[in-house]
Ligand binder design. Structure first.
Ligand code: BGC
Length: 398
């Protein structure tokens, strides 16, 4: 199992989950309104501590860092661009480059500015233009960034909107919405096809704009559930997979790369997607322990996009046992390497996540290579960080 020279080895994060005090975003408001939901609060205070976070990754041996720009900070009210916020994200890019970490930058990772959501969110007539205006502002600071992800997991976003709408149609709790965990582990409605259409449109518009204004490779990142059919249910599998994933993968056919995000695998039977059966082996987000999912996910992505280069933009496990994290990752890399040996063009592996962080309404599921004290913000690198760094240096798991 040897990975090629120039392979990206890194870790990934999302702004709302680590920065703290993202007060102009719709998620911040949701956390304060939905009973039982934990709040992001100061998160990992990475808004201020990103130099330390990046230094830990680089010193361990990693050569890449995926992080996001927060729209709610860059455009806190419609049309008002914060130059200070843009300068902050430029400093992050410069810090990464200075440490030898190739920046992979995400423009949208689940959170919207509150004003955007209140005006109808992705279903508003001008949603795509609004997003493009923000992307145009962001493009002014993206020089030297070789990889840009427009929208993170549009299929999960479409699904969250669908579930939120269903809840509202029922008893209309204003912000009633599932967490990422609820969405991932249960039987889900399909993503809202109308939202899906809007997201594809927004992605294409922003991809073209970024190609004009930057030198980056542009793509989006799709949640891959590595669906498999139970015997005789291949047609049902194709149907379910189309609305949940393939629509979004087909939309990536003209992209420069496609991000694969894989955690587990789920069966489809004659009734649809089968929920993860309870098991002591399940991870802290309630999903099955399936390191082989990564191989299934990259193969399916490669076939469905017709050979668009793949970047693994997320893969990891929610566990309190770091030994298990290493075992999961070692095995997942074995499946990735086997897919590459079959011809899938994979450019890098970015582990989710750099830090223990705010898991969308919960703090308990810890995905980090680095632990964080929630009061002092002290960072504690875990053995898995050193292990992944050694793997990166050697080009093969040690
Ligand atoms: C998301 C991350 C999330 C992770 C683990 C992905 O759906 O992009 O934000 O924390 O999965 O659930």
């Amino acid at each position: 199992m040897t990975f090629p020279d120039g392979f990206l080895w890194g870790a990934a994060t999302a702004p709302h989950q680590i920065e703290g005090n993202n007060v102009n975003s719709d998620w911040w408001v949701r956390e304060h309104r939905v009973p039982g939901m934990e709040r992001s609060g100061d998160a990992a205070d990475s808004y201020h501590r990103y130099p330390e976070d990046m230094r830990l990754l680089a010193e361990a041996g990693l050569n890449s860092y995926r992080f996001g720009i927060e729209w709610a900070r860059v455009e806190p009210s419609p049309g008002h661009v914060s130059h200070a916020a843009l300068a902050h994200y430029r400093r992050m890019i410069d810090t990464a480059l200075g440490l030898g970490l190739t920046p992979v930058v995400t423009l949208h990772h689940f959170t919207n500015p509150l004003w955007f959501s209140e005006a109808g969110g992705w279903l508003a007539e001008d949603a795509s233009e609004r997003f493009a205006a923000y992307a145009r502002a962001a493009a002014t600071i993206l020089e030297g960034v070789p990889w840009i992800c427009t929208i993170n997991e549009p299929n999960m976003l479409g699904l969250m909107v669908a579930m939120g709408r269903q809840a509202q149609a029922g008893q209309s709790p204003e912000w009633s919405s599932p967490t990422v965990e609820d969405v991932r582990r249960s039987v889900l409605p399909a993503p809202d096809p109308e939202v899906g259409r809007r997201l594809v449109e927004a992605h294409h518009a922003v991809r073209d704009l970024l190609r004009q204004h930057t030198d980056a490779r542009v793509g989006w990142t799709v949640a891959n559930n590595a669906f498999t059919a139970t015997p005789g249910n291949e047609d049902r599998l194709r149907e379910e997979r189309y609305v949940r994933e393939d629509l979004y993968l087909e939309a990536a056919r003209e992209d420069d790369f496609v991000g694969v995000q894989s955690y587990s695998s789920q069966a489809v039977d004659e009734h649809g997607v089968v929920p993860h059966p309870p098991s002591p082996d399940n991870t802290l987000t309630g999903v099955a322990y399936r390191p082989d999912a990564l191989g299934l996910a990259v193969r399916h992505t490669w076939e469905t996009t017709g050979g668009v280069p793949v970047l693994v933009t997320e893969n990891g496990i929610a566990t309190a046992d770091d030994t298990r994290r290493i075992a999961y990752t070692r095995e997942a890399l074995g499946h990735l390497s086997a897919a590459m040996a079959e011809g899938v063009d994979v450019r890098g592996y970015l582990h989710w996540s750099a830090l223990d962080n705010f898991e969308w309404g919960h703090w308990k599921p810890t995905f980090g290579l680095i632990g964080v004290d929630r009061e002092t913000f002290e960072r504690s690198p875990k053995p898995s960080l050193a292990w992944l760094g050694r793997t990166a240096r050697a080009g093969t798991p040690t």
